[in-house]
Design a protein around this ligand. Structure first.
Ligand code: SF4
Length: 411
């Protein structure tokens, strides 16, 4: 199987996602006015550390001049670095070719992130966030799969870092076993939405949250959330339902009330065997075939091109699954074909393996897999007449996915 080659912005994005960026004074200074990265930069042994603390804040997202969005991964071994400053602009450069530096900006630290709601609550903690022109609403992030075991095995998805509803979700009023979202949480959410849309031209709203073990109850919670969001969406910004797979009657209710414009129920991984291993909770409480059936029901309601499934691209290369990248790519390719033939559009997000920077063999296999999949996937989507609807996502908000970037390059 030949190794695929990307070109243009998708190639730069992939390279920087995989190789990361090493620390520079400019990158550290940019952190002061940029959306902060969830993961601080950790200096490697022997690396010059101007902070003296072993770690430093760095920005989360880069924007290139053609509006390609790239997530920043700190890596002391990377040939990529950033120079410049806020006034004159920043450049991203590769050690081997500094003359070809690329002009970049960083996703800014928005004013609303430092503001409070009318009852004095920090808006940044109100369950609303942005990346590019997408507003993500997540007012109940705790996932009950983290609380449950079956035959001694945790029901959480193996790659997930959400966590259970506990003290970390208490500021949102989320408690284990409680289906309803507190009215105070929704009121703060509405204020946060208003603050965001006053500052940023939002093109997509994405509703997400942790799962409940009962899909009907999960549907109830998302119905409540979607109603509250639509009551506060005067510009009719397209809304996507990012819950788990829901029962048919619940989907019909979403459709009849015109609460969402698209859905995205994340199957995460193709094949029943891998699904049961990677997503034991989804497999146990919903089921693999039922998950796909729910996506098909959604296609019947919202139509082809409005139904998506995020996939964790590359988790199949973890050692416990015993697959070489070619085998994994072939299996993923079967998933692409099958899902697209049902009118379901998979979206592949790059999986960052734990300790990935130290696992260079894994990195090269993962990169071959990801590039091969990304390039071949567009042709399959085209064959099935499926485009990524720009109300769902676009190149301005996709920071770990290539579909929109490749579509744009090849258009
Ligand atoms: S269902 Fe979602 S939130 Fe829960 S463990 Fe899986 S990926 Fe994480």
């Amino acid at each position: 199987m030949p190794t695929a080659k990307l070109e243009g912005s998708p190639a730069l994005k992939t390279t920087v996602m995989f190789e990361g960026i090493r620390f520079s004074d400019a990158l550290g200074a940019a952190a002061e006015h940029s959306l902060p990265n969830y993961f601080p930069y950790r200096f490697k042994k022997g690396e010059h550390d101007p902070t003296g603390k072993g770690k430093a804040s760095i920005p989360y997202l880069i924007n290139t001049d053609d509006d390609t969005l790239i997530r920043v991964l700190g890596n002391g071994d990377s040939p990529w670095s950033v120079m410049g400053n806020r006034e004159d602009g920043y450049k991203l450069l590769h050690d081997s070719n500094p003359a070809d530096a690329v002009d970049i900006r960083f996703e800014p630290l928005h004013d609303w992130m430092q503001d409070n709601t009318s009852d004095g609550f920090p808006i940044a903690q109100a369950g609303v966030s942005t990346h590019g022109d997408m507003m993500v609403i997540n007012v109940a992030p705790g996932c009950e799969y983290f609380l449950n075991k079956v035959n001694g095995n945790s029901m959480r998805c193996t790659f997930c870092s959400y966590g259970a509803p506990d003290q970390r979700t208490a500021h949102l009023g989320q408690k284990a076993g409680q289906v309803t979202i507190p009215e105070l949480t929704l009121a703060r959410m509405r204020e946060a939405m208003n603050a965001v849309t006053a500052e940023t031209d939002i093109k997509h709203i994405y509703l997400v949250g942790g799962s409940l073990t009962d899909p009907e109850q999960e549907g109830e919670r998302f119905l409540q959330l979607a109603r509250a969001v639509q009551e506060n969406n005067p510009k009719n910004i397209p809304v996507t339902l990012g819950s788990g797979a829901l029962p048919e009657e619940t989907l019909q209710q979403f459709y009849d009330e015109r609460l969402v414009d698209a859905v995205c129920f994340n199957l995460e991984i193709w094949s029943e065997k891998l699904f049961s291993q990677v997503c034991p909770g989804k497999n146990n409480y919903v089921g693999y075939n039922e998950w796909i059936a729910s996506l098909e029901t959604a296609v019947g309601l919202w139509g082809r091109g409005r139904v998506y499934s995020a996939m964790v691209a590359g988790i199949e290369l973890e050692p416990e699954h015993g697959m070489e990248w070619q085998e994994a790519a072939e299996l993923a390719g079967q998933g692409v074909n099958d899902l697209c033939s049902r009118g379901i559009v998979p979206i592949y997000s790059l999986y960052y393996p734990v300790g990935g920077k130290e696992r260079s063999d894994y990195q090269s296999r993962l990169r071959n897999f990801f590039e091969h999949l990304a390039l071949n996937y567009r042709d399959v989507r085209k064959q099935h007449g499926l485009e990524i609807w720009d109300g769902f996502m676009c190149h301005r908000c996709a920071y770990m996915q290539l579909e929109c970037d490749i579509d744009r390059t090849q258009a």
